[in-house]
Structures are given as C-alpha cells and as structure tokens.
Design a protein around this ligand. Structure first.
Ligand SMILES: [Zn+2]
Length: 240
C-alpha cells in the first residue's frame, strides 16, 4: 500500500483525530517560515527576528518591533490553503476533534475550523495594555507606527513572544486532546519549538502520522512518515 492510501485508511478508522501543526502549514499560503532556510532569519533587519519578537525588545523598542511585526508577521493578504480546508472538512464530518497550531495567522478559523488551540496566540486579537480594550488586526496594520488605544495605552498583539509563557489553559486542553486522540497527525513543523515535542509525548495511540518536508525528531516514532507538502498530502484525503 502506498503512503497516501495508508493515511486514508488510518483516517477511515479514526474518529478523534487531532492535528498538530506548525509554520509549514502556512508556508503554502505564502507566510514565511521563521526557521526554514529561506525564512525570516536570512532577511536583513537591524536585529535578528528572534531578538525583535521577544518581550524585552517589545518593551524597549516598540517602534522597531511594530515595523517588523507589520511587515513580516501581520500577513492579512494571504489566505488558507488546501491543508486548512481539509482539516476543517474533517472536523465537519466528525473525524477530527481539534487542531492545535503553533501558527498565529488564524487561517484554520478562516477555513472554517471550530476547535483551534493556538499555542502561540493570534494576530487577530490585540489588547490595550492599559484598559484591555480589544482591537482587530486591521487596526494594528493601519496604525501609523505604534498602535495606540483610544485611552492612549499601547495595543499589544495577543501573540506569545520569546520570554513570555504560553497560556496554561491552552496547554492543558492540548494535553487532554492529544491524550484522548485515536490518531495524531503532525504536520509542517520541525518540532524544534517549545512545547511541541513535549506535548506529543502524551499521545498513546498507534496512529502517529508525521507529514513534513524535512526530518523531525518524531520521525523514528511515527507509524506513518510522509515526506511531502502538507497541502498536497492532506488535500488528497477524503472524508468518507
Ligand atoms: Zn486602552
């Protein structure tokens, strides 16, 4: 049996699939991958991206943070791809319990997914640091320089920056979903980013599928390892 057929058979036999995804899921939508060879690390800025998107840099240099953030992270023109759409379809047909993502672009929800756990937050939620008022992504994009609230406070994206901790409820729910999954599909992530690899250890089933273009630390543990583009592989799956 070829790998695509093996994947389909596993999906056919499952009803509590959890998908765990990373940057690679969105690169096919044109969103740059922070850690890939042609990703942000190789572009020219005054500071390396991992410095700019840290909490201390945000506090000390909000202007430079927002310049980078708006140019490189606030990708409001891109749209979901075949992977996002298929995951939404799998949820709608009762196969998939949830998507757990390391991405902040909101594409899973845009594609129709209902249960999405965003480990690193979302560009679509922004809050005044003084009064807590909500602002959408377009407000941040359209602000000249640092986005300000009507109260004068600075508006901060609900995105987990380096040095910041992940939301504990989101982490706990992710653990429970993974532990209760009858199939776990891991896609588009090198699993290099905390807490990805640690979370996946909670899976106890026998259908761990890894779909990635490059090797991951989970490859040895995978029941099915598919080297390829996530949009093409998932796109070919059917919901039957
Ligand atoms: Zn305010």
């Amino acid at each position: 049996m070829d790998k695509q057929s093996a994947l389909q058979q596993m999906i056919d036999e499952s009803g509590r699939i959890v998908f765990f995804g990373g940057a690679g899921v969105s690169t096919e939508s044109g969103i740059p991958d922070f850690r890939s060879v042609d990703g942000l690390y190789h572009q020219k800025y005054d500071y390396p991206p991992e410095t700019i998107i840290s909490h201390s840099f945000f506090v000390e240099n909000p202007e430079a943070f927002y310049k980078f953030y708006k140019e490189k992270m606030l990708c409001l023109d891109a749209s979901p791809n075949a992977a996002h759409r298929k995951l939404s379809e799998l949820e709608a047909c009762g196969k998939l319990s949830a998507v757990i993502t390391q991405n902040i672009d909101g594409f899973h929800q845009a594609a129709g997914s209902k249960r999405v756990l965003e480990l690193h937050g979302s560009i679509h939620r922004n809050f005044c640091m003084r009064c807590g008022k909500f602002y959408d992504a377009a407000y941040v994009r359209d602000a000249a320089g640092i986005p300000r609230c009507s109260c004068g406070g600075m508006v901060k994206p609900d995105v987990v920056l380096y040095e910041e901790s992940l939301d504990s409820d989101t982490l706990q729910q992710s653990v429970e979903l993974i532990a209760g999954a009858d199939m776990l599909i891991v896609g588009g992530t090198s699993l290099a980013v905390y807490p990805a690899a640690g979370l996946l250890r909670y899976y106890r089933g026998g259908k761990l599928v890894v779909i990635n273009k490059s090797p991951t630390p989970m490859d040895q543990s995978a029941d099915l390892l598919i080297s390829g583009k996530i949009g093409e592989v998932l796109g070919a799956v059917s919901c039957r």
